[in-house]
Design a binder for this molecule. Structure first.
Ligand SMILES: Cc1cc2nc3c(=O)[nH]c(=O)nc-3n(C[C@H](O)[C@H](O)[C@H](O)COP(=O)(O)O)c2cc1C
Length: 360
């Protein structure tokens, strides 16, 4: 069962959407790092449901409890277990879906694989699973900042057809948090919010793109063959619910450039090797080159919508299905801290692996 991610900085998530609790075990975090529950809580607050009029109205405080691995405010080097109680699960909303398959959700494929599924709130396929990733990501972010001054910022780049223009080298988390859609291009943010409200009113949903940058990344993180940094980042991001596309650097856009337009020319600055452009997205040969790491994640429109849809029940009989309950009309605003967390988990893991192999 692949509920664990990472080789040295290991994240194991547990729990279902409407179970008693949900959380994570983080194994491999270096000892003697100052860690407070607030470090984790501030990230969970960015992810939690009910945070704005354009997210799901499920009301969860998502209060983190650290159950092990910390002593006198510092990490022990032992497994850190963090849990959050599920307080506002309204399983009744799902009663009518028990024997039905929601189009483009995980209901049918879970049944096909296990022959049993927790149909309440989507069970393990729910985005509540990402609480564990965000809690672990908060620890990874703190470690990376202390070690390298490394910072990670993600934001909503696109909702539906509405695209923002953002200077990736300077954008800050304060810019991102300045509006409820988490798009630092303020005029475009207003249009995105209106479009999401329109979709919700219409009983429909929207998708979009989250862009994420890591700055102050040391050169040398990543492996040359199977565990290339971009391969691990792709796995990290594509393992998120509703994520259907991944790009690094120029991504799919690079195919319309020629080599001479696309190549990142080297130069030397203060005895550091740099590149003039960054079409490589900070990774060459699977290894970080010291430039900003830039990735993009495409999220599909939320599967559960309030419109009538054709489907089948568990016996294959045709039915009409209509979503009920509380859902995100667009997952993008809440996906921002989750994508940042996955970037942090990959970089923390590779930083420890690099240290293990080279001693630096
Ligand atoms: C932050 C976030 C919130 C989500 N909220 C919902 C939701 O309210 N309703 C829903 O049907 N899917 C939601 N999803 C997506 C489903 O969990 C996902 O589509 C489902 O598990 C099927 O998996 P797949 O889309 O990766 O194939 C959310 C995803 C994320 C990242």
């Amino acid at each position: 069962m692949a509920n664990t991610f990472g080789q040295l900085f290991r994240t194991t998530t547990w729990g279902e959407s409407h179970g008693d609790a949900i959380g994570v075990i983080v194994d491999g975090c270096p000892p003697q790092m100052k860690l407070d529950v607030q470090d984790i809580q501030k990230e969970l607050d960015r992810r939690r449901p009910g945070q704005s009029e354009i997210s799901t109205q499920r009301k969860e405080g998502d209060q983190a409890e650290i159950l092990s691995g910390i002593f006198e405010g510092k990490t022990l080097g032992t497994p850190i277990m963090i849990g959050v109680w599920n307080r506002d699960a309204k399983s009744k909303d799902y009663d009518h879906m028990k024997d039905k398959y929601r189009p483009s959700h995980a209901d049918y494929s879970y049944d096909a694989k296990y022959g049993i599924r927790n149909w309440k709130g989507g069970g393990r396929a729910s985005a509540r699973e990402t609480i564990g990733r965000v809690a672990s990501g908060a620890i990874a972010k703190k470690f990376l900042f202390q070690e390298f001054g490394l910072e990670i910022v993600a934001y909503v780049k696109q909702i539906w057809e509405i695209q923002a223009n953002i200077d990736i080298d300077v954008v800050t988390q304060d810019d991102v948090e300045s509006n409820i859609v988490r798009c630092p291009d303020q005029d475009i943010a207003i249009r995105m919010i209106e479009r999401i409200k329109e979709a919700r009113k219409d009983g429909d949903s929207l998708g979009g793109i989250v862009e994420c940058v890591a700055r102050n990344v040391p050169p040398g993180l990543g492996e040359p063959v199977f565990d290339k940094l971009e391969a691990d980042l792709a796995k990290a991001v594509l393992s998120l619910p509703a994520c259907k596309g991944f790009e690094v650097g120029s991504g799919f856009g690079g195919v319309v450039l020629t080599g001479s337009q696309h190549n990142d020319a080297f130069y030397s600055e203060d005895s550091r090797i740099r590149t003039k452009t960054n079409n490589s997205g900070g990774i060459q040969g699977g290894i970080s080159n010291g430039e900003n790491i830039i990735i993009r994640a495409a999220f599909k429109p939320t599967a559960t919508i309030m419109k009538s849809q054709e489907s089948v029940d568990v016996n294959g009989n045709p039915i009409t299905i209509e979503g009920r309950g509380r859902h995100d009309p667009c997952v993008l605003p809440r996906a921002v801290p989750i994508v940042e967390s996955m970037m942090a988990l990959v970089l923390a893991d590779h930083a420890l692996r690099h240290r293990g192999q080279t001693g630096t």
